[in-house]
Design a protein around this ligand. Structure first.
Ligand SMILES: C[S@@+](CC[C@H](N)C(=O)[O-])C[C@H]1O[C@@H](n2cnc3c(N)ncnc32)[C@H](O)[C@@H]1O
Length: 455
């Protein structure tokens, strides 16, 4: 039986930082940044925002930055497993108010059990970081002892925890119900995989040339997949605006809309603009609507780099009432984003069961409003990056039952054949999943359905 360690009483203090170690050990700044960002996420910030706002992360360069990111992703992806691992040696669980200690333990466990970091480096830096902060300084000895126990046991400590350990119960139940136990297990395994970098060329005719220049390969109807690393801004064609970053699955829905030349398109919930860029590059006259002025500015910057244009409208979709109806309305609705947990593993912990009902009600409302913006004979495309039927297949069915002037426009046999293993829909529309094309690196989970207005 492993020996258990008593947990020291929690000492609450207002300021969190003590003096940093006078000379940092190598690797300490990267771990400090990882701790900083994980604590910000614990306070409710989204991963992207926490990374963008962390000064400790900003100060890192090259390999240190990469290491900090690896640590953060490992902790977020395997959080429950890591808690189980160090928890084995505690005689009672830590209190949730002991956030810094918990996060330091997760970081230590990730280094020792998942990432093969030399034991001394993982242990010494964990203790040093603990000593720097008031809310963890009193736990330095405990942390040291727990690190040693994890080092003694090694990775065998976590080998019995299947990937589903790291999927919250509410999400697991839904995946199992909708896809079956086998696929749910595959999805859980896919959630911890590092996604590849996918790019969408602005000009489809340039795909082959760009593939060679970027050391990438064509995948799916429009995308390029690159597995090598490197700074995005340094890649060939970035400055020239030849491509933008967009997951293979995210690029599929718009690729299913045929010739868009000259069409009036309202792109609802448009930022940061991957789909706006596709629509504009295909020759549509696009109005991009988003509630976030900041995200819409990013969309404008992205379009400017690409030499594309769209009108923009900052505001709630539900208040968007243009004079003219559209040939096509694209609604990429807010959702749990459970299809993107490979990139945003913080979603596993920030999203809650109650969000599902709230978001699906909002999707119904937005679909209802979007329908009023479509001209007779025009089309509506509903998209979410969720794996949940409540935010995909169920919403399509509910929409059709309440909007008799719309009919579904399912994928044709030709389209199904072209999509091949990229599509796993059972309702005739598009359903992608992270466990599909696993050997080629997987893809995000999306749902997309096309509707046509009859009258
Ligand atoms: C899934 S993202 C859109 C991704 C985008 N279509 C793309 O391809 O890059 C959802 C967007 O919906 C926006 N949003 C959320 N609620 C909204 C609302 N009520 N009205 C307008 N935009 C909203 C968010 O700001 C976010 O940018």
């Amino acid at each position: 039986m492993p020996r258990s360690f008593p947990v020291p009483p929690h000492r609450f203090t207002r300021s969190s930082t003590l003096t940093p170690a006078p000379s940092d050990e190598p690797g300490l700044p990267a771990r400090r940044a990882a701790l900083d960002i994980l604590l910000a996420i614990r306070r409710g910030q989204a991963l992207d925002m926490a990374m963008a706002e962390s000064e400790a992360f900003e100060d890192l360069e090259g390999a240190d930055r990469g290491f900090a990111r690896t640590l953060i992703m490992a902790v977020l992806r395997r959080q429950n497993t890591l808690d189980e691992a160090y928890g084995t040696f505690l005689d009672r669980p830590l209190k949730s108010t002991q956030g810094t200690v918990i996060t330091l333990l997760r970081l230590a466990a990730a280094q020792i059990l998942l990432l093969g970091v030399p034991p001394h480096a993982a242990t010494a830096t964990t203790v040093d970081l603990a000593k720097e902060r008031r809310d963890s300084a009193g736990f330095a000895k405990l942390l040291n002892a727990l690190c040693r126990r994890m080092v003694e046991k090694g990775p065998s400590l976590i080998e019995d925890y299947p990937p589903r350990t790291d999927v919250p119960g509410w999400l697991w139940r839904r995946l199992e119900r909708h896809y079956g136990a086998k696929t749910a297990r595959r999805l859980a395994a896919a959630f911890v995989q590092e996604p590849a970098l996918d790019l969408t060329p602005k000009d489809p005719k340039e795909r082959e040339r760009l593939a060679t220049a970027l050391e990438a390969h064509p995948l799916g109807p429009v995308s390029l997949r690159r597995t090598a690393g490197g700074r995005i801004e340094d890649l060939p064609g970035y400055t020239e605006g030849d491509w933008w970053i967009q997951d293979l699955a995210a690029a599929l829905p718009i690729s299913l809309l045929g010739d868009l030349t000259g069409q009036r398109v309202y792109d609802l919930c448009a930022a940061p603009g991957g789909k706006t860029a596709q629509l504009a590059a295909a020759g549509a006259h696009v109005t991009a609507v988003d509630i976030s002025a900041k995200r819409l500015r990013r969309l404008e910057d992205n379009l400017a780099r690409l030499g594309l244009r769209a009108d923009t409208f900052v505001g709630d979709v539900l208040g968007f009432s243009p004079d003219e109806p559209a040939d096509l309305v694209v609604l990429d609705a807010p959702c749990t984003a459970t299809g993107t947990v490979r990139r945003h593993p913080d979603l596993l912990w920030s999203k809650k069961e109650e969000d599902v009902a709230e978001l699906s009600a909002l999707q119904d409302q937005m679909l209802h409003h979007a329908a009023r913006l479509v001209r007779p004979g025009g089309r509506l495309m509903f998209i979410t990056c969720s794996l949940l039927a409540e935010e995909g297949e169920d919403r399509s069915r509910a929409f059709l039952s309440r909007h008799s002037q719309f009919t579904a426009e399912p994928l044709s046999d030709d389209e199904k054949e072209r999509l091949g293993p990229l599509n796993a829909a059972k309702d005739g529309h598009l359903r992608t999943r992270p466990d599909l094309i696993a050997d080629a690196g997987g893809m995000d989970g999306f749902y997309a359905a096309r509707f046509t207005r009859q009258d």
